[in-house]
Design a protein around this ligand. Structure first.
Ligand SMILES: *Cc1c(COP(=O)(O)O)cnc(C)c1O
Length: 398
C-alpha cells in the first residue's frame, strides 16, 4: 500500500506551535481567505458580530486592521476603513451614506475622477453642484434642504489652493450636512481635518501615505457614528484591500513623518528658487508668502517644531505644451509620470493627464493652462532637484 501523502494531506505541528509561542516583532502578511472555527456557535457569533475574530477576508482581515488602527489614531478618528484604492474609499462613503434625492456640493478644485463618480451618481438620483469653496462665506448660499454632503480637498490638485476646513464644517453642520475632506496631498502629518470639524477624511494611500509607489490603497476615516453604515458596505460591495498591499503600506507609514518633513523642506527651497526666476511665469506653493491661503495654512496645519506645507508644488511656463515638452526632455533625470508622493521627485502635466478632458476656458477657470507643471518633491537633496529643473528651464528660448 502506498503511504505517500501529498502536500495538502500533511498538517504540520510547526505551523500551530510557531503561532502559539512566538510573537514576531513586525506584522506578518496574513493572506488567508478563511479562518478555521471550532464550533457552530463560534461561527454564528463571529458572523453575527457579537464575538471578535476573523471569518472571511472580504469582511475583515488582520493586515487591514493593523494598518487601519494606525491610520485611525493618526487622524484622531473613531473609525478607519482601509479599501482597495482611493476611489473605492470614496465609493464606500457615497454608497453607504447617500440616498436618492440627496444633493452633494463639490469644490471646483477636485481630483477629476471624484467629479466623474459624483456625476455618475445622478443615475441613482444623487445630484451634485460644483462651487468655489475657497470663499467659505459663499458656500452657505448654495446649501439647500437636500444638501447632505460637502466635498473639498485640503490642498487642491493641481493649483494647491487650500480650503478653510473649520469654516466649511460650520456651514455644513448648520445645514445638517456632512463635510468630507480629501486629504491626499497633505496626509495626517500636515493636516488632521477631523480635529477641525470635518466628519469624514479621505485619502488615496497610493500617494504619500504609502510613499513608495508600489500599492494602490485608500482610507476613509470617520467621527462619531458617521461611519457605522460603512462597515456593512465595505464587505457587501467588496472594497476590501489586499493583505499584501496593507502590509506594504504599514511599512511605508513608518517613515511618513520623516518623509513629509524632508520633502516639504526641499519643496519650500525649490519653490523659493523658482519664484525668483524670471523664466517661470508663476509658482504656487502653500509655504510661500505669496500663496493666497498662506496664513490659513499656518493656522490649520499640524504644529510640529515648525509648520510644513507639503511636497506638492505647481509652476507655470510660458509657451504652452511645446515649452513643457522641451522642459520634460531636459529636466531628466526627473521623470514625467502622472502619480505623486513617491520617494523620488516626479513631474506631471495636468493638461495632458488629469485635466485632459477640460477646455482651455475650463482650465483657466481653475487657474491652469497648457504650460502648467505639477511637481511632487521626493527625498533627493534639494540641489539635485534644483539642478535638474535648471537644465529644463535653460533649454527654453526666452
Ligand atoms: C490619486 C488621488 C485620488 C484617487 O486615489 P487612487 O488611489 O488612485 O484610487 C483621489 N484624490 C486625490 C487628490 C488623488 O491624488
Amino acid at each position: 500500500m502506498n503511504k505517500r501523502r501529498t502536500a495538502n494531506e500533511i498538517t504540520t505541528a510547526a505551523f500551530t506551535e510557531s503561532l502559539a509561542s512566538n510573537r514576531p516583532s513586525r506584522s506578518p502578511i496574513m493572506p488567508a481567505v478563511v479562518y478555521e472555527m471550532e464550533t457552530t456557535r463560534e461561527a454564528d457569533e463571529k458572523l453575527g458580530g457579537v464575538r471578535p475574530g476573523y471569518v472571511y477576508q472580504r469582511d475583515a482581515h488582520p493586515n487591514a486592521d493593523w494598518l487601519g488602527e494606525k491610520c485611525r489614531e493618526l487622524h484622531g478618528a473613531d473609525r478607519a476603513f482601509v479599501t482597495s484604492s482611493g476611489m473605492s474609499a470614496l465609493g464606500l462613503a457615497v454608497l453607504a451614506l447617500l440616498k436618492p434625492g440627496d444633493e452633494v456640493l463639490l469644490s471646483s478644485r477636485l481630483y477629476g475622477k471624484t467629479v466623474t463618480m459624483l456625476a455618475d451618481m445622478a443615475r441613482w438620483g444623487v445630484h451634485s453642484k460644483i462651487i468655489d469653496m475657497t470663499d467659505s462665506s459663499e458656500v452657505a448660499n448654495h446649501c439647500g434642504p437636500n444638501t447632505r454632503l460637502l466635498l473639498a480637498e485640503t490642498i487642491s490638485n493641481p493649483q494647491l489652493r487650500v480650503v478653510d476646513i473649520e469654516a466649511l464644517a460650520r456651514v455644513s453642520h448648520e445645514h445638517q450636512a456632512l463635510l468630507l475632506i480629501d486629504n491626499t496631498f497633505a496626509s495626517p502629518s500636515i493636516c488632521r481635518p477631523l480635529d477641525l470639524g470635518a466628519d469624514l477624511v479621505w485619502e488615496s494611500m497610493t500617494k504619500i501615505m504609502n510613499g513608495h509607489s508600489d500599492v494602490i490603497l485608500g482610507l476613509m476615516c470617520s467621527r462619531g457614528n458617521v461611519g457605522e453604515p460603512m462597515v456593512r458596505a465595505l464587505s457587501t460591495w467588496g472594497m476590501t484591500a489586499s493583505p499584501f498591499d496593507c502590509w506594504l503600506c504599514e511599512r511605508g507609514l513608518g517613515t511618513l513623518e520623516i518623509r513629509v518633513q524632508r520633502a516639504s523642506q526641499t519643496a519650500l527651497e525649490v519653490a523659493k528658487w523658482l519664484s525668483q526666476d524670471s523664466r517661470v511665469a508663476a509658482v504656487s506653493y502653500p509655504g510661500l508668502e505669496s500663496h493666497p491661503e498662506h496664513l490659513l495654512c499656518q493656522r490649520q496645519f499640524v504644529r510640529g517644531p515648525n509648520v510644513v506645507f507639503g511636497h506638492m508644488l505647481m509652476l507655470q511656463l510660458n509657451g504652452g505644451s511645446s515649452s513643457v515638452d522641451r522642459f520634460l526632455k531636459n529636466a531628466r533625470p526627473i521623470p514625467f509620470c502622472a502619480s505623486l508622493g513617491e520617494l523620488t521627485t516626479t513631474i506631471s502635466h495636468p493638461a495632458s493627464t488629469s485635466h485632459r478632458a477640460c477646455s482651455d476656458a475650463e482650465m483657466a477657470a481653475v487657474g491652469i493652462d497648457r504650460g502648467t507643471i505639477r511637481l511632487s518633491i521626493g527625498l533627493e537633496n534639494a540641489q539635485f532637484v534644483i539642478d535638474s529643473l535648471e537644465k529644463g528651464l535653460s533649454s527654453l528660448d526666452f
